[in-house]
Design a protein around this ligand. Structure first.
Ligand SMILES: Cc1cc2nc3c(=O)[nH]c(=O)nc-3n(C[C@H](O)[C@H](O)[C@H](O)COP(=O)(O)OP(=O)(O)OC[C@H]3O[C@@H](n4cnc5c(N)ncnc54)[C@H](O)[C@@H]3O)c2cc1C
Length: 423
């Protein structure tokens, strides 16, 4: 031990990895470098409590203290380049730092709105963005949110609760279109409409113009929407520039193997910035933007940095809070070949996606508070085990879900096949 490990990025993944290195017994120097001027914080609350409550401070302020207690150096600064041959990172200015092992956890940045006047639209990724948005979203203001994905809808919910008049412009035919089944999206949209959020689907923004002290958001084949504040929530782009410039392989993210190693054996990448092979999807490559993923990959990357060879197998899990509703997704819905709907006695719908070979690959549901948490947790376990539940049993709310999901999967699949043959 005693080698120096440098982590670029003090977000969820980078700080988690640094703390996990210590927890695993690594006693050499660890430095975490981040270009954000604030102490490390969590991002999920930025579009929830932190945006809704004008007095809230940066979330998760305890991380810096945990790093210090673990003798982990936290450095404020931007890394400009990686010199792989010399094994060092170069800061803005003349400073440099050598490494024996490097973890790139540079996350992602909010995509800009690529239409004329797109620069007028505010974005949300950092604590600084929250401060700017909170300042703008005053009661009685009119806000247009461009993008009806999770982030756009969470921002819309906060703005509505702050007393703004809110319109969401979504170019797809329903909100959350690429992300959740239509039945779940419609529950979300209905909840927003109850809060008088005006959701316009099929609305393609053409330009954002200044209109005096306000803005006009021009939409193809529609009248313009005039607003005091325009916010773009149109996706995020992985921060791969450093890795790319250093000659590491990048595609939709920094390409890593199942142990988060890049094409350079001394350099690893994890979290929002990396594209990794997903075992339960036959190792199809995926880049995820999810808090749980950043945490799990931070832990796994720490082990890999210390030489462990165990491949990463965690099942993706994501949540979104809007008003009193929580939506949860386990696995990857797009891997499904057929869906099974289970309508619980309390009316909550859980949608399961099964691959063509019968394996459960995803489950999604929405409900008040944590009412869907237990079922989604069971689904995470079942997906991780490769369970092949009977679709008849899955759809039957009288059958206990634990038994349906976690009983011997092969047995359940044989049952399904037998039923098909009998039919
Ligand atoms: C507003 C918001 C709400 C969210 N809500 C949810 C949610 O409800 N549920 C959920 O599951 N997920 C949510 N997410 C996603 C989740 O927060 C992210 O997936 C997670 O934070 C990713 O962690 P990360 O460490 O990989 O990247 P990041 O958190 O992006 O951290 C990367 C860090 O690297 C630093 N950095 C980048 N380049 C450099 C450089 N060259 N030099 C130095 N430092 C650099 C950045 O400053 C940043 O701090 C949300 C994200 C956002 C933005």
């Amino acid at each position: 031990m005693g080698r120096r490990i440098v982590v670029i990025g003090g977000g969820e993944c980078g700080t988690r990895a640094a703390l996990a290195l210590r927890a695993c017994g690594f006693d050499g120097p660890i430095s975490v470098v981040d270009s954000d001027p604030f102490a490390p914080y969590e991002r999920p609350p930025l579009s929830k409590a932190a945006l809704g409550d004008a007095t809230a401070g940066p979330p998760g302020g305890g991380v810096l203290g945990s790093l210090r207690s673990a003798s982990i150096e936290f450095v404020y600064g931007r890394i400009e380049a990686i010199d792989r041959r010399a094994g060092r990172v170069l800061f803005e200015g003349r400073r440099e730092m050598s490494y024996d092992r490097l973890l790139i956890a540079t996350g992602a940045r909010a995509s800009s709105l690529s239409v004329p006047g797109g620069e007028h639209a505010l974005r949300l990724r950092t604590w600084q963005d929250v401060l700017r948005l909170r300042d703008q979203l005053q009661p009685g203001m009119t806000a247009v949110v461009i993008g009806g994905g999770f982030l756009g809808l969470e921002i819309a919910a906060c703005a509505a609760l702050r007393g703004c008049s809110v319109t969401v412009l979504e170019q797809a035919f329903h909100v959350l279109e690429r992300l959740v089944p239509a039945s779940i999206a419609s529950v979300v949209a209905a909840r927003h409409r109850r809060e008088r959020v005006d959701i316009r689907c099929g609305a393609r923004v053409a330009a954002v113009r200044r209109a005096g002290r306000r803005f006009a958001v021009e939409v193809h084949d529609s009248d313009a929407f005039v607003a005091d504040v325009v916010i773009a929530a149109v996706g995020a782009r992985p921060n791969t520039d450093l890795a790319g410039a250093a000659g590491l392989r990048t595609e939709a993210g920094i390409v890593v193997d199942s142990r988060f190693a890049t094409s350079d054996g001394a350099i690893f990448a994890a979290g929002d910035c990396c594209s990794f092979p997903l075992p339960f999807a036959d190792c199809a490559r995926l880049r995820l933007e999810s808090w749980r993923n950043a945490v799990d990959q931070g832990d796994a990357a720490a082990l890999a940095l210390l030489g462990a060879s165990r491949p990463y197998t965690a099942v993706p899990w994501f949540w979104s809070d809007q008003y009193d509703l929580t939506l949860q997704i386990a696995g990857v819905p797009s891997l499904g070949a057929r869906e099974v709907l289970r309508v619980r006695e309390d009316g909550v719908e859980i949608r399961f996606d099964l691959a063509s070979d019968g394996r459960l690959v995803s489950a999604s549901a929405i409900g008040e508070g944590d009412s869907v948490a237990k079922d989604i947790r069971l689904a995470v376990l079942a997906i991780g085990r490769g369970s092949c539940p009977s679709s008849v049993d899955l759809a039957d709310p009288a059958r206990p879900l634990r038994a349906v999901l976690l009983n011997d999967g092969a047995h359940a699949r044989r049952n399904d096949e037998a039923q098909r043959i009998r039919r």
